[in-house]
Design a protein around this ligand. Structure first.
Ligand code: GLA
Length: 389
């Protein structure tokens, strides 16, 4: 049994639960997105990998009709009567992710039972590595208590937590990869058909995420604004090309043909999404050919597009990307996740990983006085129950 599983089980005892022998444990991973940023809610392509950083949840029954949730990360507990769940409103508290999951499990027609629920996550919060999908998926599994659910239904249920209760109009990528992650594989997802393909990454390249340790407040308001700007661009094209329902339906040529009718900044946002979708396809091909130089160039092109057209980067992230690009053994670097801070993702040759960490860490500290964290992103398995004993 790993340390985190032991701690959440111990947490149940510390909460005074007397039925720990009936406990079940579930986990769901965070992710790093390799390429395809802000394309998911435009029904395009993404290519994330699940991480071995995950949210782990232990649950054991109570007999008093209370749902009692405890976060070990926040050292905070919240209690609600199970029968108050249907009418419960969000409170802009960490527990929204968990109670939202309970509400969606109920709304999907499953019972939610009185329980102690203890949560510990190793996914850093606010780092662009999807700590929210990890808590949504793992707690949804804990409320389901091992009842059968179709994988895609679980993905959609967890996304509804974010869209309906937390209030973020996010796409489907994070919840999808948290459920469908595979060891040693990236997952290329078509966010319209929801069909996915497992893509092996070349052994001769390592994926390293670098946490800038900053998260700018702008992110929360900018995300829904970007969603709206994309819809604004779609409306212009839909009027002229009837089959266009999302930016996914436009190629670069069609885009240029009518782009003068799209006001800025919506025009730039659309240009990013259209070019990013093409880069995901090209990245897949480059992975299969083991063309590390091309993979790296696509990373950097993606970064420039996010910086200049989507305008979701920030000085700390740009510095990490530019500095990484100048280091020996680095093929490419880019911002990953929602933006305005969080992590960069880097493609690094295995023998250069140590010097990469050392040199980038020193340069970043010198510039901003911040020590970044590094994560070796080995593609890991998706969510599930943790076998005990
Ligand atoms: C966040 C959202 C995802 C996706 C990314 C950007 O992580 O939750 O749905 O839009 O930003 O690619």
């Amino acid at each position: 049994m790993d340390g985190i599983t032991q701690r959440v089980l111990e947490g149940l005892r510390a909460q005074g639960n007397t039925r720990v022998d009936e406990a079940k444990v579930f986990r769901a991973p965070g992710r790093v997105n390799l390429i395809g940023e802000h394309t998911d809610y435009n029904l395009g392509f993404v290519m994330p990998v699940a991480l071995d950083l995950a949210c782990t949840v232990a649950t054991a029954p109570r007999t008093d009709g209370i749902l009692r949730i405890h976060s070990r990360n926040m050292n905070d507990t919240r209690e609600v009567p199970v029968d108050s769940l249907p009418a419960l409103q969000p409170s802009r508290h960490w527990s929204d992710y968990v109670l939202g999951a309970a509400k969606e499990v109920l709304a999907a027609g499953y019972p939610v039972e009185a329980a102690d629920v203890v949560i510990e996550s190793s996914v850093p919060v606010g780092a662009g590595l999807s700590s929210s999908a990890a808590i949504e998926v793992s707690t949804a599994l804990a409320f389901l208590l091992g009842r059968t659910i179709d994988k895609l239904d679980l993905v959609k249920l967890a996304r509804r937590v974010e869209n309906n209760f937390v209030g973020m109009p996010c796409g489907i990528m994070d919840q999808f990869i948290s459920v469908h992650g595979q060891e040693n594989r990236a997952v290329k997802l078509d966010c319209r058909s929801l069909g996915h393909e497992l893509v092996p990454l070349p052994f001769s390249v390592r994926v390293i995420a670098v946490n800038s340790m900053v998260k700018h407040d702008l992110g929360a308001s900018a995300y829904p604004q970007r969603v709206k700007e994309c819809q604004q661009a779609v409306a212009v094209y839909a009027e002229r090309i009837p089959e266009v329902q999302s930016l996914r339906d436009l190629n670069a040529e069609q885009f240029i043909h009518y782009d003068e009718y799209v006001p800025t900044p919506a025009r730039w946002r659309a240009r990013h999404v259209i070019s990013e979708n093409e880069r995901v396809q090209a990245f897949r091909e480059a992975c299969i050919r083991h063309d590390r130089a091309e993979m790296g160039q696509l990373f950097y092109a993606s970064h420039k597009s996010m910086r200049d057209d989507y305008e979701i980067s920030c000085p700390e992230i740009d510095f990490l990307v530019e500095t990484a690009m100048g280091l020996e053994g680095v093929y490419g670097a880019r911002l990953t996740g929602g933006g305005f801070g969080g992590c960069t993702v880097n493609l690094v040759s295995p023998e250069a990983v140590d010097s990469f960490k050392q040199q980038l860490g020193a340069a970043y500290f010198q510039q901003f006085g911040i020590t970044p964290s590094f994560y070796d992103c080995r593609p890991a398995a998706g969510a599930g129950e943790v076998r005990l004993g």
